[in-house]
Design a protein around this ligand. Structure first.
Ligand code: ASP
Length: 355
């Protein structure tokens, strides 16, 4: 089913500016893009006044290139949303594109019982440039954050809107450093498509089962590592990662449907790490598809070593989910159990067909 019509009532939107290209200006001497203030950004979008919604703004001081965004920044965003939750119909977060998928994934776990839109967007070209993609992205993101049907928000989840598509945030990855169409959600359908009309695919949109109040979470554990396999990877590389002091979780990027070299040293190192309580999650290096460790012997051996499946998770989602779960003091066994469930639509468990 698609919904085109939206309630035309004025909505109250909080626009949170964290930084990123959308608000940057070019340094006249060096030609380098630098973060700039929010007023500059707003000056270039006089259309915002015409939208008919009441938009309040709040900004990170100083605004950050998203390469500098970290778990403290996520907590700051959660606090802003939590403090203002009852006052606004929806939230739009302007964010650099480089790490936007990590932020969207983290927020989806940290904002439990969310029932209002939290839409992240940004741009590939600064808003002051003639060919900027920032204006369209910002205006449409606000429209989506304001959209209601029968008095209820159409998209009560954490999403990224970019170019034409609205995507579940924890399903996205940045796939292009150049194109305006910079994000993809390969393993889950778009929630809406913005053409002449904004068409919502309501069946795909997540709705919290209960109507409990928002529960903001601020606990994250950064003792996580990503181990990307490649043909010829040496024991020294794997050993140094698996022996990082305090390490709790590893997102292991494997080949194809979750396969790894079948050499004994690798399997032994992985098993030793699992026996020491480190949770190793298998995600595929492929952009599309899911881990199926039963499919090939090279994947099946990982199961024997105690590696768990990340299903069709993005690396961004698996990393932030591990930070979130370990942050809450869960034991390795409890973390494994939760990694095996979809908390907020971030993975598709095959038995269920869809998350
Ligand atoms: N380096 C910028 C950032 O992520 C790129 C962008 O916004 O597109 O903040």
């Amino acid at each position: 089913m698609t919904v085109n019509s939206i309630d035309s009532q004025k909505a109250l939107i909080l626009l949170i500016y964290t930084g990123g290209t959308i608000g940057m200006i070019e340094n006249q001497e060096t030609g380098v893009l630098e973060t700039f203030n929010f007023q500059h950004l707003l000056q270039h979008v006089p259309e915002l006044k015409k939208l008919g919604h009441k938009i309040d703004t709040i900004q990170f001081n100083p605004p950050l290139d998203s390469a500098d965004i970290n778990p403290d920044s996520w907590m700051k965003i959660v606090k802003i949303i939590s403090d203002n939750y009852n006052k606004y119909d929806g939230f739009v977060i302007l964010h650099g594109t480089d790490t936007m998928s990590y932020t969207a994934s983290a927020l989806s776990f940290m904002l439990e019982n969310l029932n209002k839109p939290v839409i992240l967007t940004g741009s590939q070209l600064p808003i002051g440039m003639l060919r900027t993609d920032g204006k369209e992205n910002l205006i449409t993101a606000i429209e989506i954050a304001a959209a209601k049907e029968n008095g209820l928000p159409i998209v009560p989840e954490v999403c990224i809107f970019f170019e034409n598509d609205l995507m579940r945030g924890n399903r996205t990855s940045k796939i292009s450093a150049d194109n305006f169409n910079a994000f993809r959600s390969y393993n889950y359908p778009a929630l809406a498509h913005a053409g002449v009309y904004i068409k919502y695919d309501t069946v795909q949109i997540y709705h919290a089962v209960s109507r409990k109040p928002l529960k903001p979470h601020y606990l994250l554990d950064q003792n996580i590592a990503v181990l990307k396999l490649f043909p010829g990877i040496s024991p020294q590389v794997v050993e140094s990662i698996l022996n990082i002091p305090g390490l709790k979780g590893v997102v292991m990027e494997t080949f194809g449907s979750g396969n790894a070299p079948s050499c004994d040293w690798l399997l032994k190192m992985l098993k030793d790490a699992v026996d020491r309580g480190i949770v190793i999650v298998n995600v595929t290096q492929c952009s599309v598809g899911s881990v199926e460790m039963h499919r090939y012997e090279t994947g099946h051996k990982l199961l024997g070593a105690g590696v768990i499946s990340g299903y069709d998770s993005t690396t961004e989602s698996a990393v932030t989910k591990l930070m979130f779960l370990f942050g809450h003091g869960l034991s390795p066994e409890e973390v494994k159990e939760h990694m095996n469930c979809s908390l907020i639509g971030e993975i598709t468990i095959p038995e269920l067909g869809r998350s």
